[in-house]
Ligand binder design. Structure first.
Ligand code: FE2
Ligand code: FE2
Length: 300
């Protein structure tokens, strides 16, 4: 059995001047970040993965470089308080808004160059993708390239020979929630998402895909694997996933909400708070137990 935590889109801005669009509550970043380590550590997970967008760089916020770099130091301090091994991936808001470079973020966090494989347990691997290696200003949802594709197929071949399952993590979505226009990607989907979906369909070691970015909870059984999208921590529903994988192929997840009473009260006072269900998803997108055929096949 494996037990881990997946959290994403923490969007920290030291002393943010305003909250920005719902469900984000950027002015409450300190209360939220102080609540994360104790809530995660209480679960004693084997490991923790962050799905990216630690910060408020890149587009939309126009953060000055000195405040961006100050925010990185604060965020690093927060995640240093986790007791379990910690595995980050970059999001589109983790680059400097003035230069669009990830250098400062990459210096603080051990992020993959293209794809990395980590041995998180003797019977489980994680594959972390960096889809922000090109022009993030132009491709805000990142790019899945032929280099990524070839490397993933190579990794899958090795894992399949070894009889090991893997979880795949990238920041942006791979499965659209509405039919995209001709030639376009679905909203929030990585450029090249169709190719990536096809490739994962042909890579039997990948038993589940985890994403963030859209700040929405959604769990989809796709062919014989799962796609697990997760809401943000900086805004409603202020939560993260605890996930277990059983020895006979079952995936279970519980969505844990942070105890942030001041933040929740302030969120409730927003006149643009909107529909909560839009962000938290349906009940089975928060808490769910699903048999993954690929995992059952490998572990059965
Ligand atoms: Fe985000
Ligand atoms: Fe994002």
């Amino acid at each position: 059995m494996n037990k881990f935590v997946f959290l994403t889109d923490t969007h920290y801005w030291t002393d943010a001047p305003k909250d920005y669009g719902a469900p984000k509550m950027l002015t409450k970043g300190r209360e939220i970040h102080d609540a994360i380590p104790p809530a995660v550590n209480a679960l004693d997970p084997d490991f923790v993965v962050h799905g990216g967008d630690f910060l408020c760089g890149g587009s939309s916020f126009d953060l000055p470089t000195d405040i961006f770099e100050h925010s990185i130091r604060d965020v690093r301090e927060t995640f240093d308080r986790l007791s379990s091994p910690f595995y980050p991936i970059p999001g589109n808001h983790d680059c400097d808004a003035q230069t669009w470079k990830f250098d400062a973020f990459n210096a603080a966090f051990d992020v993959p160059d293209l794809l990395s494989v980590d041995e998180v347990a003797s019977d489980l691997r994680i594959v972390r993708a960096n889809v922000f290696l090109g022009d993030t200003k132009e491709y805000g949802s990142g790019e899945w390239t032929d280099d990524h594709d070839a490397r993933l197929r190579e990794i899958d071949g090795q894992l399949t020979v070894a009889g090991l399952p893997a979880l795949f993590f990238l920041h942006t979505w791979i499965l659209p929630d509405a039919l995209p226009e001709e030639g376009a990607e679905g909203r929030g989907c990585v450029s090249g998402s169709r190719q990536l979906l096809d490739t994962i369909s042909q890579c039997p070691s990948i038993v589940a895909v985890f994403t963030g970015h859209r700040h929405v909870n959604r769990i989809t059984a796709y062919r014989d694997f799962l796609i697990v999208d997760t809401a943000c921590l900086i805004g409603y529903p202020f939560g993260f996933r605890e996930v277990t994988l059983s020895d006979d192929g079952w995936f279970s997840t519980t969505f844990h909400r942070l105890e942030v009473p001041d933040t929740m009260a302030a969120y409730r006072e927003r006149d643009d708070a909107g529909e909560d269900a839009e962000w938290e998803g349906q009940p089975h997108d928060c808490d769910s137990g699903v048999l993954i055929p690929r995992l059952q096949e490998i572990r059965g």
